[in-house]
Design a protein around this ligand. Structure first.
Ligand SMILES: O=P(O)(O)O[C@H]1O[C@H](CO)[C@@H](O)[C@H]1O
Ligand SMILES: Nc1nc2[nH]cnc2c(=O)[nH]1
Length: 317
């Protein structure tokens, strides 16, 4: 089987997928109230649920395979919290456009969650910090985004014909990040006794990846007002807003994007060498995905606690 998802096959993949889920899931898990998309290294969030039923993507039409390390190819359904609990669905592995998934497939799980009746979406993502005040390990409640590929007009998941009368042609994004859910996140951080700088606010820059930023790109994104950068999240947010969902993005800072004040000058180094002097140049750190996953593992508990607390406090009508 190809690892690429193709929601255009068959004609209505939603109907087929909903049918499969209705056959597999017990009734109390079939109508989740909240959905979570788990980013790189963050599928451990599944441990915040009980009564868990995992459904592999291979059983679901329209789902491909998550090919990035730290992502699992399964949906998990379960309950969060005491008593009857809140029914939740988690996407344990997300799809990124850089894996070769068409952008419509990247957002297909979010649309499916909306069809299941979900009204609130929490997205947990791994990001690099552009803002020097954001230390590794900080969680950032995203309040805005900057879709860099969109500036050249590609990769918007809403390109194409309007496919549902419920979908507006033009989707506003000035209110994409729910103030109500962000408020719950900050209240949850307080209730959990987290230090003040454990949860901050900021703007997410979406780049296509899979390359990490060059110093010039990092400087450009920072100058444009972004605090963190990642290769996901924004397509899912855009589709979720089209579906009318309330969205909370918790971006974990897994590394700092290296933006040197000054470039190392090889010209000066050679000159110095020729003059018998030596210029000491400390090595610049280089980000790698292993480091991203490690920080995800280290912060698993606090992410779990925060997400669970938010879920428990979302009002239910
Ligand atoms: O956005 P998530 O999936 O959390 O992962 C982030 O981490 C990976 C790079 O290390 C990229 O996929 C980037 O988007
Ligand atoms: N683009 C991008 N994505 C990330 N995901 C985790 N860290 C990074 C980063 O530094 N850059």
């Amino acid at each position: 089987m190809s690892s690429l998802s193709d929601p255009s096959d068959p004609a209505d993949p939603f109907a087929s997928t909903l049918d499969v889920l209705a056959r597999i899931l017990p009734p109390h898990l079939l109508k989740p109230h909240v959905a979570i998309v788990c980013g790189s290294g963050l599928s451990t969030l599944v441990a915040s649920m009980r009564d868990v039923v995992e459904v592999p993507y291979s059983a679901l039409q329209g789902f491909g395979k998550s090919t990035v390390a730290g992502h699992k190819s399964a949906l998990a359904f379960g309950l969060v919290g005491e008593g009857a609990g809140v029914p939740v669905v988690m996407q344990l592995g997300r799809f990124h456009a850089f894996e070769g998934h068409p952008i419509k497939s990247v957002v297909y799980p979010v649309r499916l969650m909306a069809k299941l009746g979900v009204r609130n979406l929490i997205i947990a993502s791994a990001t690099g910090a552009l803002n020097p005040n954001l230390a590794v390990g900080t969680i950032v409640a995203i309040h805005d985004h900057l879709a860099v590929p969109n500036m050249t007009g590609w990769l918007n998941p809403l390109f194409g014909p309007v496919t549902s009368p419920d979908h507006p042609r033009f989707v506003p994004l000035s209110d994409a990040y729910s103030p109500g859910l962000r408020r719950l996140a900050f209240r949850a951080a307080h209730a959990l006794g987290l230090p003040d700088d454990a949860l901050e606010e900021g703007t997410y820059a979406w780049v296509s990846g899979p390359t990490y930023e060059t110093p010039a790109e990092g400087r450009f994104l920072r100058a444009a007002g972004a605090d963190v950068v990642g290769m996901s999240t924004v397509p899912e947010v855009v589709a979720a807003r089209e579906e009318g969902l309330e969205v909370l993005v918790l971006a974990l800072v897994t590394n700092a994007v290296v933006i040197p004040e000054q470039y190392r000058s090889i010209k000066d180094e050679v000159k110095a060498e020729l003059e018998g002097r030596k210029i000491e140049v400390p090595p610049e750190p280089v980000v790698n995905h292993e480091e991203v996953l490690t920080v995800g593992r280290l912060k698993a508990q606090v992410m779990k606690d925060l997400v669970a607390r938010v879920i428990e406090t979302i009002p239910r009508d």
